[in-house]
Design a protein around this ligand. Structure first.
Ligand code: SF4
Length: 457
């Protein structure tokens, strides 16, 4: 039986929230997993994956058009996340006009559910949760597979809505063929996956809208093989995008012990909770050449961040241990926790000053951002629980505007506006440079000044 499609084009559209590191170390890992998975299972499938943060829309759209003109049956898969939906829908609409079938997935799709298709007839299906099995089913034409609880096709009358079910990642069977990434060598670094979610998976931090794709680890030899292949192509920066590998010390140890000796100049940005930093984990992190990414958290409103039992002292101890082992540190902090005032912003500035005075030379990056409302986070639910806000957004097409929701959030939950908070972040940027001029400071979202200008009130 012939497959339903013989060309797959996976796209992660450009995002308004891209950090200044994004084009250096990110790549559309989810799309690469989908494309690699499908290529192994669908006979004769051509597949390519685009990173919208590196490749222009024009180049991507030309490729789609060329594939359709070459009389191929083309499926376009688009990952929608908070911040990239505008670009994503634009690509989707044009791809449909050219004659490709468009499928959407990603966090925004899963969080919004079937309603995301309303008024968007140019999208053939929305896929909820992990997409590799579903997309392979669609591409091969095996509808039984693609209907297994996740795909919902909007205008194909043969397939009706099916219950939404979120599949977890199939860690054992994931292989990533990075050669499917367009302009691979042009990427300064790439995202990789060894395993696991953070330990707050059952009760996320207040602002976190991350979805859980399940927990588990990949075979470290398979993982290192992928890394080695990339390293030989000249890529040495790796972003462990999905995981907190230190949750499981045994697995972190396995990773450190199996690291190939050829890898010397590689860098692995790896999230770690402050409570997981200890002598053992620091030794392993050192061995894998980690940049330890730590959520510093809002000092003045620490309890309200909701990060379990993590305390200020845990952060100080973690920073000291990492500094002593000469492990570079990447810190992140969110301002605008409920109850934020001018005074708490000042308190946080003092806290940042203190951290940079003590540990500044060990800190490589500092990502600081105002709280952003992403669908599904606890902050989102609190905002939507307000009757006037619920009424306001009820009539709007989804996904809802993240910046608009964030402004409403600040107006209702903080005693400082989002604009004041962004201005405060700019002043913090200036101060930090004095302690460590080499530190990369990011407003977490592309350009803090541009955002301030965009604010209406
Ligand atoms: S913000 Fe980070 S630590 Fe907190 S729940 Fe989300 S992924 Fe976990």
């Amino acid at each position: 039986m012939n497959a339903a499609y013989n060309s797959y084009i996976g796209i992660l559209p450009d995002s308004n929230f891209a950090t200044i590191q994004s084009d250096r170390i990110s790549c559309p890992l989810g799309q690469l997993v989908i494309a690699s998975f499908a290529k192994e299972r669908v006979k004769g499938l051509d597949a390519v994956v685009y990173n919208g943060m590196r490749t222009s829309k024009k180049v991507i759209l030309n490729r789609i058009n060329d594939e359709v003109k070459a009389k191929k049956k083309v499926a376009v898969g688009i990952t929608l996340t908070a911040g990239n939906t505008e670009d994503g829908f634009e690509i989707a609409e044009k791809a449909h006009k050219y004659g490709a079938d468009v499928f959407i997935g990603g966090t925004e799709t899963t969080m919004c559910g079937e309603d995301i298709l309303e008024g968007r007839e140019y999208i053939k299906a929305a896929i909820f949760g992990a997409g590799e099995n579903r997309m392979a089913g669609i591409l091969s034409g095996n509808r039984a597979d693609c209907l297994a609880g996740t795909a919902w096709l909007s205008y194909d009358k043969e397939i009706q809505s099916s219950p939404i079910y979120k599949f977890g990642l199939d860690f054992e069977n994931i292989k990533v063929d990075y050669n499917l990434l367009y302009d691979l060598k042009g990427h300064g670094g790439v995202s990789v996956l060894y395993g696991n979610d953070c330990q707050h998976v059952k009760k996320r931090c207040y602002f976190c809208g991350r979805q859980s794709f399940g927990t588990g680890f990949r075979d470290p030899d398979v993982f290192w093989n992928e890394v080695l292949g990339l390293y030989e192509l000249g890529i040495a920066t790796f972003n462990h995008t999905m995981d907190n590998i230190a949750v499981d010390m045994e697995k972190l140890g396995e990773l450190a012990k199996t690291k190939p000796i050829q890898l010397r100049l590689d860098k692995h940005k790896t999230f770690i909770n402050a409570t997981d930093v200890n002598e053992e984990s620091a030794t392993y992190l050192k061995k894998i050449n980690a940049i330890a990414a730590i959520g510093l958290e809002n000092f003045a409103l620490m309890e309200k961040v909701g990060k379990g039992k993590t305390k200020v002292l845990d952060h100080l101890r973690a920073l000291q241990q990492l500094r002593d082992k000469r492990i570079p540190i990447s810190l992140s902090m969110v301002l605008g926790i409920p109850g934020e005032t001018k005074d708490t912003l000042e308190e946080n500035t003092e806290w940042i000053d203190f951290i940079f005075k003590e540990y500044g030379e060990a800190i490589d990056q500092f990502l600081i951002s105002p709280l952003i409302i992403t669908t599904g986070s606890r902050a989102y639910h609190d905002l939507m629980a307000l009757p006037k806000i619920r009424r306001k957004y009820k009539e709007k097409q989804i996904p809802l505007d993240t910046f608009e929701m964030s402004e409403d959030y600040f107006d209702n939950f903080c005693q400082v506006s989002r604009k004041e908070t962004l201005e405060h972040i700019l002043s913090i940027n200036e101060r930090i440079k004095k302690f460590n001029p080499r530190v990369t400071v990011s407003g977490h979202i592309l350009n803090t000044e541009v955002q301030i200008k965009g604010i209406k009130r």
